[in-house]
Write a protein that binds this ligand. Sequence first.
Ligand code: CS2
Length: 466
Amino acid sequence: MLDRSLKPLPKAPVRIVHLGLGAFHRSHQAWYTQHSSDAAGWGIAAFTGRRPDAAQALSGQDCLYTLIERSAGGDSFEVIGSIVEAVDGANISRLSELVSARETAIVTMTITEAAYGLAADGTFDADAPAAAGDLRELAAAAAGGTGTPSTPLGRLVLALAGRKDADAGPLAVVSCDNLSANGDVARRAVLGMAAAWGQELTDWIAGNVSFVSTSVDRITPGTRHADIEEVAERCQYRDSSPVVAEPFRNWVLSGDFPAGRPRWEEAGAVVVDDIEPYENRKLWLLNGSHSILAYAGQLRGHTTVAEALADPLCRKAVEEFWDEAARQLQGEGLEIPQYRRALLERFGNARIAHRLAQIAADGTTKLRMRAVPVLLGERSDGRTGRSSARMLAAWIDYLGFAQDFQDPLSAEIRGANRLDGIERVQALLRLVSANLADDPQIVSLVHGLCGTLAGTASSIDAPTHI
Ligand code: CS2
């Protein structure tokens, strides 16, 4: 139990519902909310995804937790109190109750890229098993029966139907996942799910729910036992759920908040009309290079981002990818050289043990966003796209070595992995994007790059996730 004498903020009323109570939400959106001048009016009710554990742990300490800000020079500690309720994601009735309340103005989401159920062409995939299951559940619920959706978006649609029935007015849905145009993606996915409920709900969502796009950034490694021990020693209280993050943070938002929002800009958030250049800068330069380091780094026997970046071969692959990505980035004031320099410093912070295995998960969805647009852009400009292709080659090599991996298409990956040589490469590329697999030059380029970043590791441990 945290020591209440730490005097956290008094509990604010719930006005934000969050889906995806994980470390990143706690280091990012919860921090921004706490640091807004009107924080006293904006409490967050955060729901977990698949398991109740995080909600149970937080509820057991009054929803308070310690943010350990870890710079190269040392750690500082802050108690975060903006989450006022932590709930098991399976508690759909509480979700519906909160989303149906007029006071609730915002639903934020960190549900992972894969949870939006996108097909390789970027559309909502109604046939994917999880989506198809929830579409059936929603149809049953709409018909007056009992329907129990199990995906975050299925649960959200059920809750939005409650808000419509309660006539509680418009609200904003804010995706905080690393997807390009994440607001548009969220809209497509929510409307795709709502179709199972019926036209009336679809029309209501289209007219009343604003889908805000955001670019989110704060490196947040999984919490380790040593972090819990450190808080006990330095802060003199037990916290079962501290969260570690780098000092850097960034939040760019674009879209309407019809029922209001906290003054996040006072905490440093930036509101813009055109988010695309910022989003692409972050997705390609930061997340893209993370993926190179995750796959090439593990193949070469490294465990963390800082270790991989210190390997000259990995560093070169990153720098060359950045050159390609920079050519594809358009927009005023992106300050790419400074951004690159800052990334080298952030990634090089060896006190942040950011595990490559954590980043390697869900490659099919992530590479679609991180490698494909740069590769296709370079090729349509008459260049090879070799450095983006190398990111894909590193992923393909990793899939040949890893004993286990997490991916929404893991069954399909296992099928493709049974093939050999260029056929295997083509089948794996198809899971990322048909545009790649259908272009024989790209397939052969990627095939030729396989093995070029391979190193000393002979096998890779199964990733563990916190
Ligand atoms: C990482 C991101 O796991 C990953 O795929 O690239 O979580 C990254 O650390 C964050 O986007 C940083 O803001």
